[in-house]
Design a protein around this ligand. Structure first.
Ligand code: G6P
Length: 599
């Protein structure tokens, strides 16, 4: 986690760094800091809290430097305060560093450094790096960084300055870092949005690579010393695409963008009633699929299991990436691991992927962020093409992930020598339009949100394909409104959650048509007879459920296996409006970050 940006060129660096940090705030916002090199002096300003606090500091405007680095923090070691904010310095204040990642052996290194007289001022693991660089510094920052990093165990995206050197030295292992190539100016950042306003020409650093950046040149090396030639990628996203475009929050914009996002996921992938994707995989060699992911992506993974087993008949398992990586899983070369990740940078997902690769599994990524680390690690993959997702709570990435899983499952079926029913292809192509229809429930959902915004607890219940949708609905609500919410398979409530039901408990049922409809109605009766308040998601024209439910939200009908994509829309809106009516910062929920690049 944490966001890094650096600049070297001819322009005043401070406004560029502050602007870039604001675009990286989704990576954490516990504290922020900036350090520039001016008249051979390192000048630093740090603030606790969001980037707006740092931007408010009057001294920022007085900085005229054309070289600097900056950081927005998501705390892992040491509480979020000014002392622990980056940049961090060596003893003499000659070296400044910003760091994203975790130094696992920082305690041992700290002891060693203290023995040699270093005074460590913060509680962070990151400060150790500045002191190590100091220890090795002999008029060459690059060399000192290499020697320091040799001693470090753990993850880093790092940018370093020395007051006597007109360059930025950066390096990565495990935490993302890109270089932006401008005209007589260079940038470094954790992610593209930070620099997109200034350049669209980007180089992705790989693990164990280091770059020395000057205003009109750069040199990239491996940490072992060999030079590396890297391709410059032209970024297609526009600045406009990552702005809010009139919506109050990115999350709302991204909810309403879903018809277009999913059209983009489908684009070019249906031709002549067939699915066409270029996945480099011999499916006949695969005996089992394992899907790993975290958070919302894990919910789409669960739907993926239902889909893949139904459509392809291939045994499929789902694991939390954080569990998979440490439980000594049994994996071999007959297995396909699918990793699902919006950012393509989630540390646990990446580690699970590496573990499966080590054990010989084939790997496939379902990822949104083009060029991200996971996309470079997998054997093959499917991009979501959903466009940048900035709101911390994932919305359009979830629906496009489920769509990508459907596409993959149908494509696999074709590769197994079976034909796909034309009706299924037609229904698939209709999904974006059906999402637009579901979005029309917005006004009704605002009224419901107003009614339930003060509830203390919520239950979300669904069955089959819509059990993971219940989990996702509950996750959306708790992460942005801080209302306690739980998702359950509807039939499971009698094994515990039913004890919670009383007249104050809103229970959201995902009750669109399926072969389990009658069973869902029985589950509703169980809630009703205990005075629970039922909010039911139903297909248009459903009369039976309307008789039992206190409130209904109608969505268009589709195939049961496609229904999670449509059904999650009202749940995203409900969570959004409840949080907004409670005046909460929807895009930046407390304690959360968009991209979790530490375990
Ligand atoms: C964080 C985000 C979630 C996301 C999860 C996995 O927790 O807040 O929205 O679902 O990470 O991220 P990924 O980028 O791997 O999908």
């Amino acid at each position: 986690m944490c966001g890094i940006i650096g600049y070297i060129g001819q322009r005043k660096t401070a406004p560029i760094l502050i602007n870039g940090l604001a675009k990286l705030e989704y990576r954490g916002y516990d504290s922020a800091g900036i350090c520039v090199l001016e008249d051979q002096e390192l000048k630093t300003i740090k603030k606790k809290g969001m980037i707006a606090e740092l931007a408010k500091d009057k001294n920022i405007n007085n900085l005229s430097a054309v070289l600097g680095i900056a950081h927005t923090r998501w705390a892992t070691h040491g509480e979020p305060n000014e002392r622990n904010a980056h940049p961090h310095f060596d003893c003499d204040g000659n070296i400044a560093i910003v760091h994203n990642g975790i130094i696992e052996n920082h305690q041992a290194l700290k002891k060693l450094l203290e023995k040699h007289g270093h005074k460590i001022k913060s509680d962070t693991d990151s400060e150790i790096i500045a002191h190590l660089i100091e220890k090795f510094y002999k008029d060459d920052l690059e060399e000192a960084v290499i020697q320091a990093l040799n001693l470090i165990e753990g993850a880093f995206g790092l940018a370093a300055l020395h007051k006597n050197e007109n360059r930025i030295v950066v390096a990565r292992r495990g935490s993302p870092l890109i270089i932006g190539v401008g005209d007589g100016e260079m940038f470094v950042a954790s992610d593209i949005p930070a620099i997109l306003e200034y350049t669209k020409r980007v180089i992705y650093l790989n693990d164990d690579e280091l770059a020395v950046i000057e205003k009109d040149k750069y040199q990239i090396k491996k940490l072992t010393g060999e030079n590396v030639d890297k391709e410059i990628h032209e970024i297609k996203w526009t600045v406009d695409q990552i702005a809010k475009q009139g919506y109050k929050y990115f999350m709302l914009k991204e909810i309403f963008e879903q018809p277009e996002a999913l059209l983009n996921t489908l684009r070019g992938r249906i031709k002549e009633n067939q699915i066409k994707i270029s996945v480099d995989l011999d499916i006949t060699k695969i005996k089992r699929i394992i899907i790993v992911a975290c958070g919302t992506s894990w919910h789409s993974a669960l739907i993926g299991k239902y889909l893949l087993e139904l459509i392809t008949g291939i045994k499929t398992e789902v694991d939390y990436a954080s569990e998979f990586r440490y439980r000594q899983p049994i994996v071999d070369s007959d297995d396909l691991m699918i990793v699902i990740s919006q950012s393509g940078e989630t540390a646990d997902t990446l580690a699970a992927l590496k573990e499966a690769k080590k054990k010989g599994a084939k790997t496939l990524g379902i990822v949104n962020a083009v060029g991200s680390t996971i996309t470079r690690e997998v054997d093959t993959g499917i991009y979501l093409h959903a466009g940048p997702e900035i709101g911390v709570a994932s919305t359009k990435a979830f629906t496009s992930q489920v769509l990508a899983l459907i596409i993959f499952a149908l494509n696999t079926k074709q590769n197994q020598g079976e034909k796909i029913d034309k009706e299924i292809i037609r229904e698939l192509a209709n999904i974006p339009d059906k999402i637009s229809q579901a979005l029309k429930q917005d006004k009704k959902i605002i009224k419901l949100a107003d009614k339930f915004k003060d509830a203390k607890n919520f239950l979300y219940l669904g069955r089959g394909f819509n059990f993971p949708v219940a989990l996702e609905g509950a996750l959306k609500l708790k992460e942005i409104s801080y209302i306690h919410a739980e998702g359950y398979p509807a039939a499971e409530i009698k094994h515990g959650p039913i004890a919670l039901i009383d007249k104050n408990m809103p229970v959201v049922f995902i009750a669109t048509k399926s072969n389990l409809s009658q069973k869902i109605i029985s589950n509703m009766q169980e809630v009703k007879s205990r005075n629970g308040i039922i909010i039911a998601l139903v297909n248009k024209g459903d009369k039976d459920i309307k008789k039992i439910a206190d409130h209904v939200i109608e969505v268009p009908e589709t195939l049961d296996e496609f229904s999670p994509i449509i059904n999650v829309i009202p749940l995203q809106l409900l969570a959004y409006h409840i949080a907004d009516l409670k005046n909460l910062n929807v895009d930046k929920p407390r304690n959360l970050a968009k991209s979790v690049t530490v375990e």
